[in-house]
Design a binder for this molecule. Structure first.
Ligand code: ADP
Ligand code: MG
Length: 467
């Protein structure tokens, strides 16, 4: 490993010296906002060696948050495609969670090689993990490729990272009752993981700046610090966002780059916040998670969010796999993500669904709902794309990092088209059953109340032979 990583490993040994007795830390395997993960080899009593993943949490993580993550792993983990915890080291504020090491391939490296059957099994196994954690009343809140480890060769899957998890009202994870109650006291920032889930504890390296899409609650005494809050809609507790494609194109789809969000309220236009707007209380709702995977109810700061948000993220994953675009939604900020969702799922449908959970979304131009099969086949290169507008979908960046381009996006060398078509057929992409798009449609139901659950999805006709 590189010099930098060696220094980090030295630093890890210094922070938690007891690691030395058991582990030989070999390399760094991952880094997120709140942790770094290392590969460690344990010297076993029988002389053998076993590999483990060592997750070092940043010392500023709140103890309740850390304990809740650990409790999810120990109580729900270790089965049903959910990662378990083997041990945990602590020295003062330093915590290292030890988990079985699972070799895996980053999805960006293999997405273009996957067969339809592999995709079907991948999504089945993800739904299995979701059904399991949802039975425990755990909402993961950060379902994405990087948190669902996949070993293609061994056909192994594992859901990791309960660092943002929250509990449902009847959660069986006692410590999630603590973080849940606290997490909703603070709204997150604009991008990435933003919520420590603990009161008075700000997420490090995260922005607390309210996004243009701000929620409003019932009137309360004027609060000057809310000046940057968005103006309210006509309904008293709703979010108003007007999505305005600035350039009219003849294409059925606007280029995402020309779709810019704007807010409608006279005070927004005059750049002054009126008294009514000023008097509105900001509606707080958890918004943690990764842009691009957030459900519409998360993007609009709906205060009641449940396990359905994880199912939406699983839908984004399936959309990405079926279209060979990684990641699918660029989603640098919430309004852009919402616009991209409207491009695929329709603006009228989004507005209607948002109404059901008490949010008023306004879109100044009608964006028709896409046929999911046509969309995926076009993006996969199986059908000609209209003016390349849709091609802009799927050029996003998971975790705001430069992700590898899916092979479908990279320009094909001359003469490669025939070869690609042949390979696609070998991998079953010429005979994707309608059920795959049927399931996708149910996972990406804009209305969380009618969205399919993970348990129901496992019984979907797409998986008949796997029941
Ligand atoms: P973070 O909260 O920082 O995102 P994660 O728990 O998601 O932390 O771990 C970050 C990365 O480390 C994962 O995306 C994965 O690549 C790797 N990783 C985590 N746990 C394991 C494990 N048990 N086995 C192998 N790799 C792991
Ligand atoms: Mg992670």
């Amino acid at each position: 490993c590189s010099g930098n990583v060696e220094m980090e490993i030295d630093n890890l040994y210094k922070a938690v010296p007891q690691l030395h007795k058991v582990f030989n830390v070999i390399d760094k395997i991952g880094e997120g906002t709140f942790s770094a993960v290392y590969l460690g080899e344990a010297k076993m009593l029988d002389g053998g060696r076993e590999r483990f993943a060592l997750k070092r949490l940043i010392p500023t993580s709140h103890p309740a948050r850390i304990a809740a993550e650990l409790q999810c792993l120990t109580i729900a983990g270790g089965r049903e495609n959910v990662m378990g915890a083997t041990y945990c080291f602590r020295r003062e504020g330093e915590v290292v969670i030890v988990m079985p090491y699972m070799e895996h391939q980053p999805i960006g490296e293999i997405i273009g090689l996957l067969s339809f059957e592999e995709v079907r099994l991948y999504i089945y196994n993800l739904l299995k993990a979701l059904k399991h954690i949802h039975q425990f009343g755990i909402i993961h809140r950060d379902i994405k490729f990087n948190n669902f480890l996949y070993n293609r060769r061994a056909k192994m899957y594992s859901l990791v990272d309960f660092g943002l998890a929250q509990g449902t009202a009847d959660t069986q994870i006692e410590l999630l009752k603590v973080v849940k109650q606290r997490a909703t006291q603070k709204a997150g920032g604009a991008t990435g993981k933003t919520d420590t889930g603990v009161p008075g504890k700000k997420a490090p390296r995260a922005s607390d700046t309210p996004t243009p899409l701000t929620t409003t609650g019932p009137p309360s005494p004027p609060q000057p610090q809310q000046q940057s809050a968005a103006p309210p809609s006509s309904s008293s507790s709703s979010t108003t966002a007007t999505v305005t494609p600035t350039t009219a194109t003849s294409s059925p789809l606007p280029r995402t780059s020309t779709v810019s969000p704007a807010l409608t309220c006279h005070c927004f236009q005059t750049e002054r916040v009126c008294n009514i707007c000023m008097s509105r209380k900001k509606q707080v709702a958890p918004r943690a998670g990764t842009p691009g995977f957030r459900a519409p109810e998360v993007l609009t700061c709906c205060p009641t969010q449940g396990t359905a948000i994880d199912v939406w993220s699983a839908g984004v994953i399936l959309l990405s796999l079926l279209s060979n675009r990684y990641p699918f939604f660029k989603g640098s900020e919430d309004l852009v993500s919402l616009t991209q969702i409207m491009i695929v799922r329709g603006s009228r449908e989004t507005v209607q669904a948002a109404q059901t959970f008490g949010k008023a979304v306004v879109c100044s131009r009608e964006l028709p709902r896409q046929d999911l099969r046509l969309l995926c086949e076009r993006l996969r290169g199986r059908r000609p794309a209209p003016d390349g507008d849709e091609a802009r979908l799927g050029e996003g960046k998971e975790d705001q990092e430069e992700g590898p381009r899916p092979s479908g996006v990279a320009a094909a060398p001359p003469g490669a088209e025939g070869v690609r078509a042949e390979e696609e057929e070998e991998r079953g992409w010429d005979r994707v059953p309608g059920e795959a798009y049927g399931l996708l449609d149910r996972l990406l139901d804009l209305n969380p109340a009618t969205r399919i659950t993970a348990a129901e999805a496992l019984l979907h006709p797409l998986f008949t032979d796997l029941h």
